[in-house]
Design a protein around this ligand. Structure first.
Ligand code: SME
Length: 158
């Protein structure tokens, strides 16, 4: 692929995230309920990119429990250190998985999901929740997604 096409691609993704950030800031500004905000954030990301599955798992009683999401039904509980979400919780850092079949212990809620990114929602160095975004395409996510999804997650914390 010609280099300018790659750059155009990245720019358009970045422009989408910039517009998404403005939308999400406006949505969240007047609402302090984190569930309401997670619900709208999931919907806004799904609408903008049409990713396969977008949603949150919240840390509750030493488990990740399914929270607000957009997309097909998903597994409800994930243990610490298990799957991509549980690993994100354990490592307190963003995980990009270009090919879910190559991630040991990946939890397949749907066989249609081929790549994913999971971002921690942190407060005072503790993980409160994780944001999981799944795509039907291999290698969908990169540092641009990581940058903006982390910024979006930081907006959820007051
Ligand atoms: N794939 C995730 C599980 C959550 S679903 O994909 C919605 C994981 O391995 O943690």
């Amino acid at each position: 692929m010609a280099e300018h096409l790659i750059v155009d691609n990245l720019l358009s993704k970045e422009e989408k995230y910039k517009s998404l950030l403005l939308q999400i800031k406006a949505l969240i500004e007047g609402e302090e309920d984190i569930i309401a905000n997670m619900a709208n954030v999931s919907a806004a990301i799904k609408e903008m990119f049409d990713y396969f599955w977008v949603g949150f798992y919240q840390v509750k009683s030493e488990m990740l429990v399914l929270g607000p999401f957009q997309g097909p039904i998903a597994c409800t509980r994930i243990k610490y250190g298990r799957g991509v979400c549980g690993t994100c919780w354990k490592e307190k850092s963003t995980i990009i998985v270009p090919d879910v079949d190559q991630f040991p212990g990946h939890i397949a809620c749907s066989s249609l999901s081929r790549s994913e990114i999971v971002v921690p929602v942190m407060k005072d160095n503790e993980v409160l929740a994780v944001l999981d975004v799944d795509s039907v395409e291999l290698d969908e996510f990169d540092e641009i997604d990581s940058l903006y999804l982390n910024e979006i997650c930081s907006l959820l914390i007051r």
